[in-house]
Design a protein around this ligand. Structure first.
Ligand code: AMP
Length: 192
């Protein structure tokens, strides 16, 4: 069983690299951003509540995303492992995830933390905004807020997983295949 946290600031390439990892290791991809955008597209009340936070680049409340993760984990009882993309984003979410996985007896194997320079993040997100149609990728002040929220609320998770000996920093600059190779070399060394 391989449970990976794919970590990094907005624009670090988590979604892109998750695609490679899913194929290589047959994991279930669990992106809270994708789940929230599906809720918005479906016009659910959860989606409506989340959209107000997402459009400003703020985090959706912990209880909402933890509830979504709980439901999705329960929907895949025989899974060979999960890749968590964009979750956890707060210490409270990380603690909730540890508790949920403990119930299943399958802890996090490692946190892969993509490291990318600030200006490169902004460039990538603005570039994605031209094609993704995502409102939060269109406006430079929302992009800067997302990075600021990451630094303040999410980056402390490096210490959280580091204390468990599970933090692996990965150079996230360079080409997509180069970064994919760095991730694979790290994952292949993880205990499972
Ligand atoms: P992402 O697709 O991961 O870039 O997420 C897009 C937006 O969805 C974020 O800016 C947040 O508003 C919201 N979001 C996604 N995942 C989480 C999470 N784990 N906790 C809180 N908000 C989240």
């Amino acid at each position: 069983m391989l449970n990976l946290v794919l970590f990094g600031p907005p624009g670090a390439g988590k979604g892109t690299q998750a695609e490679f990892l899913i194929d290589s290791y047959r994991l279930i991809h669990l992106s809270t951003g994708d789940l929230l955008r599906s809720e918005i597209a479906a016009g659910s009340s959860l989606g409506l509540e989340a959209k107000a936070f997402m459009d400003k680049g703020e985090l959706v409340p912990d209880a909402v995303v933890i509830g979504m993760i709980r439901t999705t984990l329960a929907a895949h009882p025989g899974a060979g492992g999960f890749i968590f993309d964009g979750f956890p984003r707060t210490v409270e979410q990380a603690e909730a995830l540890d508790r949920l996985l403990e119930e299943n007896g399958t802890p996090i194997s490692g946190m892969l933390s993509l490291e990318v320079e600030h200006q490169e993040l902004v460039n990538r997100l603005m570039g994605r905004g031209l094609v993704s149609g995502r409102p939060d990728d269109q406006d430079v002040s929302v992009i800067e807020n997302r990075i600021e929220v990451y630094n303040r609320k999410t980056a402390p998770l490096i210490g959280y997983y580091g204390a468990q000996g599970k933090h692996f920093g990965i150079n996230g600059m360079g080409s997509i295949p180069e970064i994919a190779l760095r991730l694979k070399e790290t994952v292949d060394r993880l205990p499972r």
